[in-house]
Unconditional design. Structure first.
Lengths: 283, 681, 319
């Protein structure tokens, strides 16, 4: 079995993988290191310096409250990355586990649970998340489990389909015929072959989750002000956009570059691992 | 002055650019001239380039391939320099292809009639109104019953044999001067194959169409072709009349190939050909066969032999072709015999298996599903160290029986037991470890039966850990010993399946089965997915292991010649019911059951003088009849109501048992000449 | 075949039933109810009790659920939290507006997606394909609020070609929404097109590489006819399901777009209802939206069944 390092090396060898990896690592670096590097306090408002275009004092200009856009942009990804970086593995884990179980168990349990999953998926994601956020608040202790729960559901489908394919293979049949215990079969025969699909799916999930997170912030249900967040910044900048585009454009560039980077990474990962990426609608 | 060849390929070389940029040839300097009306076979194994050659005659190359040199002419036109519209006019018209897998080659969303009409519209001068009538005529020509209904169907609604006939009819629509057939009968049942080959012979005889028949099956080629070319590693290594090449092959490869094919008439084990053919594009500059050749000398590895004519008229690419008849046949022995014993290794009583699930109504009432059982009433005894073969065509239930024995499928009736012991639990999950160890299973497809992520060492460790609870060091020792047993070395321990050939993978699968030291090994078509020259080596290995360990085999196969070489006893199955069972020698010498006769009659031999007997139609039945003899609908000796209503009794013919209503004396008579083959509606 | 159709329809009904249970159950589990939302600080003691009796909230959950469903089937969802409007009337208007938005986006996006997907596949790996594929990936990954914001900036702010905000009221007639609806439709269509395009392209590529297309080439079928009769029918079938899935996604994604453009649709209503804790309204919207989703999927399934000969006949595989 190839180790993580070997896989990463192969991914980096591809052009899309290299670009993706660079973008993602850059963003992680910024998110981690920015508090020490930013020139201003992100909360600091100034009535004098409202909506100033980029200049030597404020490289990215200021927003409608006089806050430095550079500072807020650099810090803007921190919460988003923190929340999604924790929620994504959680989602893949629980969705993958349940999906594999269902793929193997089949029968009644499978039918019933898949019906419920279908029903869940018929509700718009926003509705589901807003209900929980509005009730329980929008701190990260709510956002992380909420995102992890709802974004794990499509993973069930993928893991189940992957499990179905593998289970039909002769080598699994051979293991059953030998009398290997179920848990051994799952661990030894199934998981290594299903893990690939899950890894690619995990990368995709991360990008969808970032999208959802920033959309929630945009609507005002994610991060609370004055904490900087790209979605929130775009929302704030809307009213004055034609006059002061920098307040919205810089967070847009940062957010888009991160999401595109993750997607390119996922693409290169899929090609390296030989996984077929069926394009489905998000959630 | 010979007339101009219809298909004229000269010095053709075709290949691709490898990942390192080097040119790799898939076909090298091919010369092939085919006259009108000739029927030529292209024989080779995987990687020989035979399909590429046939398609090149139509000016078609798979993506990635290009012409390195030479030319391919058809009726004087250079196929590779034609523009698209001219190619379209010729293809499907004067030169037509009959593909290998017709089920995949017919467009799923178009009805058969529409596709036939399309062929006619493109390549015949008939007005549109006449297309329907002509389509019907063509379908009748290929002996399809009820052609009107077939025209209205979609391709997936037809059986394999029907699909193939439709493909033939479509190819004939343009009244071609030449037909290219790419393995047209591979994957079809024995009887279906025989029927389709007869049809092709007829077409060749009646219309004088030239035929290029690509196949790895020498029996099929012997039946249909007058002339045969043997391809190896992209080169023509032998070219001559079918009689010359198949009876007295001059090239060492052809010689080895023919010796490695098991035959019905010969009970000896086929002689294995060592090594394996080079991958496409891998062959070196000198003689490609030298690494495997018994006659090889220094000259062979340095100088590429030219194609030269021998006294017999055959053309051969070998420096030492005259010495080929002197190659000693490696082994010519019979399968090693089993000891006689009172105690059976395995006992099957009244086994019945069904795939049907009870529908919700039946579930409610707690009833079993009403459809007839897939397998019924099977009684078998397997002696220790003997090979019992289960033969039959698709739908015979032979694989189902193996699955039930392995515990992967719970039987609906009957019991399975090791002799003198309690019956085995139906499901594998409930069996005791010692019972599990005693029965092992080897699958057909080595690509699928080994986990692509596990190394050979890990694969072999699994049964050793499971059954013997050995320590790490012991496992390693034993694994290496097993690898040596199957004639692979210790250096295979770290390999992944993707790094091994089909034959090597199958040996690993065999080693895995024997790691458990089983009493019974279930073999499910274990050689069917391998190249012909590799098959013989694996068969030999299986036989050797059996004799050494005293293991018994239940050997499932559709290939009757392989069974003849390997098996001690044979059981013939039709639609999941036993027809005849007995020692291989007597069943083959004196087949009694009508179905056994149909089956054996249809088998092809790589001998141009062998004529198969077509005793029954090749209709595929989807399920057994509810009552009476399973063969009632196709039997050439059908006796009326008795066969339809009553289950036939077992009759003892002395050496073997037959299950038929007809008295033994009548069964042993040959079928009267002129007996009409029954056509099932 | 009718059995298959019937089965699908019943399954659809079952899904809606399960959804209604989920919606009702979820709302039940959340703290607070219509009375606490209505009375706010006064929600305690006797006032609360009387309110609950009046609204029938003291009855057991099962009977409330059945009452609700009985009303829903008739289209009566009761009154809003502030007891001043009929939910059905409110929702009806917004639904019409959202449907307008969605249908316009579909009318623009679906044909475009098919055309581009097919073209990209036929000119595989050439510059048309590369451009189209890159644009599709960009459209798929960038959040809608980003693309909406950018488009408003360019077309409304800098070029002033189109209005960047919708001023028509909720119950305005359809015609009042043009030309304000153009930008929202474009943004919605962009994302939809990207998804459908990718699926169409990969499906086309798969079919172009198949044995039967190769056979058609070797049969001498001219290019045009081959694409039309042999390739397209087989490639486009799987796309039907993706269109359905994308439409379903649309129902969720439309919220952001309605907020950005101030469009008086169902999405904005829903966000408002949740913020106001107007649970009755939320329940109604959720049920309606998911029913639409199920209907769309059902139609896609039925369409697939009718169009794909392999699913229709008894010899074809059913899953």
């Amino acid at each position: 079995m190839r180790s993580i390092f070997q896989i990463l090396k192969e991914v980096a060898a591809r052009p899309s993988g290299a670009i993706g990896l660079v973008l993602v690592l850059l963003h992680i670096l910024i998110a981690v290191g920015s508090p020490w590097v930013v020139p201003y306090d992100f909360k600091a408002i100034s009535a004098l310096d409202i909506l100033t275009p980029p200049d030597a004092k404020h490289w990215f200009g200021t927003d409608q409250m006089g806050r430095d856009v550079l500072t807020r942009t650099l810090l803007g990804g921190r919460e988003a990355l923190l929340v999604t970086a924790i929620a994504t593995p959680m989602a893949v884990f629980w969705g993958g586990l349940l999906g594999i179980y269902l793929g193997l168990a089949g029968g009644r349990r499978d039918d019933i649970i898949m019906r419920v999953v279908d029903a869940f998926l018929s509700l718009p994601w926003i509705l589901k998340m807003l209900l929980l956020i509005v009730t329980f608040g929008n701190g990260i202790h709510v956002l992380i489990p909420t995102l992890a729960f709802f974004y794990g559901i499509p993973v069930i489908r993928i893991a189940r389909a992957a499990a179905h394919t593998v289970v039909a293979r002769d080598y699994v049949l051979a293991a059953r015929a030998r009398g290997e215990k179920r848990i051994t079969i799952i661990r030894r025969e199934l998981l290594p072959n299903v893990l690939d699909a899950l890894m690619v799916e995990g990368a995709m999930r991360w990008s969808w989750m970032l999208l959802a997170f920033s959309s929630l912030s945009f609507l005002g249900f994610g991060v609370s002000p004055p904490t900087p967040d790209w979605g929130l910044m775009v929302a704030d900048s809307r009213t004055f956009l034609p006059l002061a585009p920098w307040a919205g454009l810089f967070p847009i560039v940062f957010l888009s570059s991160l999401i595109i980077g993750i997607n390119m990474l996922a693409d290169a990962l899929a090609k390296t691992l030989g996984v077929d990426r069926a394009q489905k609608a998000p959630i | 002055m010979p007339q101009e060849a219809m298909i004229d390929i000269r010095d053709l070389s075709v290949g691709f650019s490898g990942s390192d940029g080097r040119a790799r040839a898939v076909l090298r300097n091919i010369d092939l001239q085919i006259q009108a009306g000739q029927s030529v076979g292209l024989v080779g194994e995987s990687g020989s380039g035979k399909s590429t050659l046939a398609l090149a005659a139509m000016g078609y190359l798979k993506t990635g391939l290009r012409v390195f040199g030479g030319r391919a002419h058809f009726c004087g036109t250079d196929m590779f320099s034609l523009g698209r519209p001219q190619l379209q006019a010729l293809r499907g018209g004067k030169i037509a292809l009959i593909p290998q897998n017709s089920g995949q080659s017919l467009t799923p969303t178009m009805r058969v009639g529409v596709q036939m009409a399309e062929a006619l519209a493109l390549h015949s001068a008939l007005p549109a109104a006449a297309h329907g009538q002509r389509s019907l005529e063509l379908l009748k020509r290929v002996r399809l019953p009820d052609p009107q209904a077939i025209l209205a169907r979609y391709p997936h609604e037809l059986s394999g044999g029907q699909q193939q006939r439709v493909a033939i009819a479509m190819a004939l629509a343009g009244e071609p001067a030449a037909l290219l057939l790419d393995e047209p009968t591979t994957g079809l049942d024995v009887t279906t194959q025989a029927h389709i080959l007869e049809l092709l012979r007829e077409i060749n005889a009646q219309t004088g169409t030239a035929m290029v028949y690509v196949s790895h099956d020498l029996g099929a080629i012997a039946r249909v072709c007058d002339r045969v070319l043997v391809l190896y590693a992209g080169e023509v290594v032998a070219d001559g009349s079918v009689r010359a090449v198949l009876r007295a092959p001059a090239h060492p490869y052809a010689h080895g190939l023919l010796a490695s094919i098991p035959r019905l008439s010969d009970a000896r084990m086929p002689a294995a050909l060592d090594g394996r053919p080079p991958a496409p594009g891998e062959a070196g500059p000198a003689c490609a066969f030298a690494p495997r050749c018994a006659l090889a000398q220094e000259r062979c590895s340095t100088e590429r032999p030219p194609l030269r004519s021998l006294a017999s008229g055959e053309q051969v690419r070998c420096h030492f072709a005259e010495q080929t008849p002197t190659i000693a046949r490696a082994q010519s022995r019979l399968a090693r015999t089993a000891q006689q014993s009172e105690v059976q290794a395995l006992n099957l009583e009244q086994l019945g298996v069904s795939y049907a699930r009870p529908n919700w109504w039946e579930q409610l009432l707690g009833r079993a599903p009403s459809a007839s059982l897939t397998v019924q009433d099977v009684n078998l005894q397997l002696g220790p160290g003997e090979t019992l073969a289960l033969v039959g065509e698709s739908g015979s239930g032979k694989s189902t029986i193996l699955k039930a024995l392995a515990g992967l499928l719970a039987p609906a009736q009957g019991r399975i037991a090791f002799s003198n012991e309690a019956p085995l639990a139906a499901e594998v999950e409930q069996r005791s470890p010692s019972d599990l160890r005693k029965i092992q299973l080897i699958f057909q497809n080595p690509d699928d039966s080994l986990n692509p992520r596990h190394t050979v060492a890990q694969i072999l460790a699994q049964p050793l850990e499971l059954y013997f609870k050995l320590g790490h060091h012991e496992i390693e020792q034993r694994s290496i010993a097993l690898l040596e047993r199957v004639r692979l070395g210790a250096h295979y321990m770290d390999r992944l399946p993707s790094q091994m050939s089909g034959g090597e993978k199958q040996r690993v699968a065999i080693a895995r089965a024997f790691a458990a030291e089983p009493d019974v090994v279930l073999c499910d078509e274990v050689t069917s997915a391998l190249d012909v020259s590799v098959q013989a080596a694996v068969l030999d290995l299986l036989d050797e292991l059996r004799a050494q360990r005293g293991t018994a085999y239940l050997f499932v196969s559709h290939d009757l010649a392989v069974v003849r070489a390997l098996a001690h006893r044979v059981a013939v199955l039709y639609q999941g019911r036993l027809c005849e069972i007995g020692p291989a020698a007597s069943v083959y010498a004196q087949p009694l059951h009508p179905y056994t006769r149909v089956l054996l009659g249809a088998v092809l031999e790589p001998d141009p003088d062998h004529v198969p007997q077509l005793l029954a139609d090749d209709v595929l039945e989807s399920s057994p009849p509810a009552q009476g003899c399973p063969f009632q609908r196709r039997c050439p000796k059908h006796q009326g109501d008795r066969c339809d209503g009553e289950t036939p009794p077992w009759q003892d013919a002395g050496s073997h048992l037959v299950r038929c209503h007809i008295p033994l004396a009548q069964l042993s008579q040959a079928l009267a000449p002129g007996t009409e083959v029954r056509h099932v509606g | 075949m009718f059995k298959l159709l019937l089965r699908r329809i019943l399954l659809g009904g079952l899904t809606v039933a399960i959804v209604s249970l989920i919606i009702f159950g979820a709302v039940e589990m959340l703290p607070g109810d219509a009375c606490t939302a209505l009375l706010r600080q006064d929600a305690q003691g006797d006032t609360l009790r009387v309110c609950r009796e009046e609204l029938g909230l003291d009855k057991p959950a099962t009977s409330r659920y059945l009452d609700w469903m009985a009303g829903a089937v008739k289209g009566d969802f009761g009154l809003t939290a502030h007891r001043n409007k009929e939910v059905s009337e409110l929702v009806g208007d917004r639904l019409k507006n959202s449907l307008l938005l969605g249908l316009c986006a579909l009318a623009l996006g679906v044909p475009l997606a098919f055309a581009l997907g097919i073209a990209a596949a036929l000119k595989r790996d050439r510059w048309l394909d590369l451009i189209v594929s890159s644009l599709a990936i960009a459209a798929m990954t960038i959040p809608e609020f980003v693309s909406a914001t950018l488009l408003i900036l360019v077309f409304s702010g800098w070029l002033s070609w189109l209005p960047g905000i919708v001023t028509a009221s909720a119950n305005a007639p359809v015609s009042a929404f043009f030309p304000q609806i153009i930008l929202p439709v474009v943004v919605l269509a962009m994302v939809m097109t990207a998804h459908i395009l990718r699926t169409v392209r990969s499906s086309m590529l798969e079919v172009l590489d198949s044995d039967y297309v190769r056979m058609a080439t070797l049969k001498g079928v001219p290019y045009r006819r081959m694409i039309l009769r042999h390739v397209l029918p087989n490639a486009l079938l799987p796309a039907i399901n993706v269109v359905a899935l994308t439409v379903a996604w649309l129902l969720g994604g439309v919220v952001v777009i309605e907020t950005v453009f101030n469009y008086p649709g169902l999405g904005r209503l829903m966000v408002g209802a949740i913020s106001d804790r107007d649970l009755g309204l939320v329940q109604a919207i959720a049920l309606i939206v998911s029913t639409v989703y199920v209907l769309v999927n059902l139609s896609a399934d039925i369409l697939s069944l009718l169009a794909n000969p392999r699913l229709r006949t008894s010899l074809g595989r059913s899953h």
